[in-house]
Design a protein around this ligand. Structure first.
Ligand SMILES: [Zn+2]
Length: 138
């Protein structure tokens, strides 16, 4: 019998296929979101950065590929706690799916276990492997 590689309560990294986004820090305000000018010691003016509108930078989109799920507006991989395991059976296949506490157990996102990994290294290696293989569009 097939034993799932991930158990209930495990912390996992998820990978998905999508456009790569990169947060590019605003050069004008150095990512601060505000600019200030000193006319003299007593008079300091601050204003919202006119280039990034106070965001400190902007998201840029790249190619579509397999990548690690990261925390919004950072480059830090997101870690999820597995709260539900389920075996999805269709005529074509049997696949384990997981649901995570962070994204909802009863109603929330459902992920395939084949897209979940216990370490960043494994997740990255799988992304590299899949990005090298021509993906069949469904
Ligand atoms: Zn700026």
């Amino acid at each position: 019998m097939y034993t799932p590689k991930i158990k209930l309560g495990d912390k996992v990294y998820l990978i998905y296929r999508g456009k790569v986004s990169k947060f590019v820090v605003c050069q004008f305000c150095n990512g601060q979101g505000i600019i200030s000018s000193n006319f003299n010691i007593d008079h300091k003016l601050t204003a919202r950065c006119p280039i990034c509108h106070g965001e400190g930078g902007k998201k840029e989109w790249g190619d579509t590929q397999w990548q690690l799920d990261i925390i919004e507006n950072t480059n830090i991989p997101a870690l999820y706690k597995v709260g539900k395991l389920q075996l999805e059976t269709t005529k074509k296949y049997e696949k384990w799916t997981i649901m995570c506490e962070e994204t909802g157990i009863e109603s929330g996102s459902c992920y395939y276990m084949e897209d979940a990994f216990l370490t960043i290294e494994e997740a990255k290696a799988e992304c590299d492997k899949r990005n090298l293989t021509k993906v069949k569009e469904s």
